[in-house]
Design a protein around this ligand. Sequence first.
Ligand SMILES: [Zn+2]
Length: 476
Amino acid sequence: MNNLRFIAGLCVGLVVLSGCVIKQHAAQGKNNEENKTFALTNVNIIPMTVDNEIIENTTVVIVDNRISAIGEKIPNDAKIIDGEGKWLIPGLIDMHVHNLVDGSPGNNYPTKGASIFFDNQDIMLLYVANGVTTTFELSGRVEHFGQRNEIVKGDVTGPRIALAALIDGSNASKVATTPSEGRQAVRIAKGDGYQFIKVYSRLNIETYKAIVDEANKQGMKVVGHIPNAFEGKSEDAFVPHFGLVAHAEEFSKQANEFTEEEAYKLARLAKENGTWVTPNLSNLVRIAAQGRSLDAVRDLPSFKYVHPLMQDKWITANQYNQGTTPKRIAYYDELVDFHVKLVKAFKELGVPMVAGTDAGTSGIVWGYSLHDELTLLVDAGLTTEETLAAATRLAATWLGIDDKVGTVEVGKLADLVLIDENPLLDINNTRKISGVFFNGRWVDKSQIDIMLENLAKKNSDNLGKDEFLWSKIRER
Ligand SMILES: [Zn+2]
């Protein structure tokens, strides 16, 4: 039995098996039965290049996962996708995620020998449904390499994945407490195949500095937190090659007071050091909401797509809700306000910002949260175009893949999202997805909807089963 027939048969027999549609496509691709040439016709392009000149009512030809022509005639063998009245943008990039892989939730949440297995397609479907074609995994583990390979091979439809190895002063898979340990951890990460280094909160000052320096020597860019040890001397943390701060909250932790003046003072440190920022506004907004009530999680329209283990964990072990107090909620609210001040200061001073969500943290649903982040960036004062740039061209630039993705141009890979209405007029239009191109594969909204429905059903069937109960797993 060939692979295609096997998977197609499985799909018919098991309608609840989520991911069938794109798995079937994957099988087709392997058998060279999938059409490799596409023509998107009558479409409006928002290229997201620096000058970003809109190209109206044109044809985009895609051959073998690459944009081969814009505004030229349709090849005879092309599969036609009608783009009339629709808008084409580059695939979106989430610059801060934590993807579930086998063995998750991972080092910080030991599962004491429990074997948790995830269907990678279920995890990746949420990105597919939301047009997120690249993700930046900020606590990479060996399992993430396997996850990435499945996508690269076409066995799973999902985003490209950039991997950062997290190094911390304790309680992590890579721990460093001295400069030499820090340098060694970087070299090991490099040898393991990680592309980036993430520095974390519990590093001491000298170790942190050694890690950033060694990463540069190894040709690895550094993203992360500002270690707690820099409290009261934040300027010292902005050493050369500290490339990207992973949350606005890292600045808030350094702030003496939540004023505009303080926001500018901190933003200036980033500007002078050439450090970029992932504001990650959505995270604190969600944290503040969870501090008030767990309904903030339960009522999320996308909650039903979250794996049952994580649904259970986000409800029964929610660190933002457990022991909640009005004082703590008020503090979260202050942070939310201060982050808006920070974003305004970053914008004013020209600190480049990229869009990231911390997806995987409770209440931050993979894929869906990126659209929340875009909305919040516009609310904080970015234009719709600046916001889209943060999730496309600028993110690709920071990751060093801007020669391949991040804009809609001839020669670039076809990481593309077709949307029903113009997102430059209203950023919420990025949610109105008509179809997406992933790895040379076209997935339209009707397929996405079927897969999401199947996933929601599978999750609800599994909810409450022993193997997915966080409380039980912790006791093991
Ligand atoms: Zn994170």
